[in-house]
Design a protein around this ligand. Sequence first.
Ligand SMILES: NC(=O)c1ccc[n+]([C@@H]2O[C@H](COP(=O)([O-])OP(=O)(O)OC[C@H]3O[C@@H](n4cnc5c(N)ncnc54)[C@H](O)[C@@H]3O)[C@@H](O)[C@H]2O)c1
Length: 335
Amino acid sequence: MVHSYLRKLRDEAGNNRTINASSAPTSSPHCTVNNTPQAMSIFKAPKTALITGAASGIGFATAKLCRSRGMHLALLDIDAVNLQRAKDELAVLGPSLKTESYEIDVGDKNRWTEVAIQIGSAFADVDLVFLNAGRSQRAQCGYEGKLKPWGDTFDTNVFGPLNGLEAVIPLLLSSNTPKSIVITGSKQGITNPPGGGVPAYNASKAAIKSLTEHLAHDLRSDPATAHISAHLFVPGWTWTGMMGNVGPTQEESVKKMAGAWYPSQAAEVLVNGVEKGSFYIICPDSETDWALDQARIQWASDDVVEDRPALSRWEGSWKERAEEEIRADAERRRK
Ligand SMILES: NC(=O)c1ccc[n+]([C@@H]2O[C@H](COP(=O)([O-])OP(=O)(O)OC[C@H]3O[C@@H](n4cnc5c(N)ncnc54)[C@H](O)[C@@H]3O)[C@@H](O)[C@H]2O)c1
């Protein structure tokens, strides 16, 4: 499905755009990016980053990092007040660079169309698209009469990026220089932990994993889009608006819990991951290292392979064994 809409979008980009199959690169930029990360990096002047959820947390921290690399910024968010604060702060950090903001509910397809037109005329090119806006609502447990939080969550977390892709991919076809699309997933979309009352959030992030995998496959399979790389960005526990640290806050003055990372740490991992050419960009945090993540992901996949109960890591008769085996597996991986 993604493949066919990409083809449709490319066709619709039509005569206004300079790219065509014969002028497009014949291989994915991944290899080139892998071989010469700095030379091919999109995180440099005079490139442009389009970021959703830019008024807070990881989106704002990534915008700040992009700005420190000399990039122009198109900032998108639903929160008008914090979006203006973010824009003001980022503009001061690069007075000679372009900083534009667009108020949008990413679930609103029509608004995406308007914003994409405005961005297309404000910026010469768009090089990084970071589809990051997300929300998590509690009270999603139970299914009878409780579908509203599911709809709201999917509108933002799944249809937000889908609407964004449909609206902005034509902007990425204006030239065949390397471009990247990064979509924010979650470990909850991979290991699917129960508790916390957020099954809709987990399901939305599982959908994002699947969608972004297909996007990567489709983009690299078509010579006309092979200059666009796709990446699934998976933050660890990060001290953001989701933890009450709302808006473009100064990290130096924010008190966070010890196990969580600052948003700027997650943003660094994102940039390094894209520059390295990784598809799965998984962040650790101060409680969970990569080895522990690997062991947990392995256990979750093995539920299927070994015909264990769903979510066996949290099931009474499996819980202890799961904990023990995951700990041992992580230790082996650290050696
Ligand atoms: N913080 C974590 O520990 C963590 C872990 C895994 C994944 N994530 C993901 O990271 C992403 C960024 O979240 P964050 O942690 O920085 O939280 P945050 O609340 O600080 O930032 C999210 C931003 O998205 C905006 N937003 C929400 N709904 C929107 C909508 N419908 N349209 C436009 N903008 C909207 C919010 O106004 C906010 O500015 C989300 O996709 C989230 O699911 C966060």
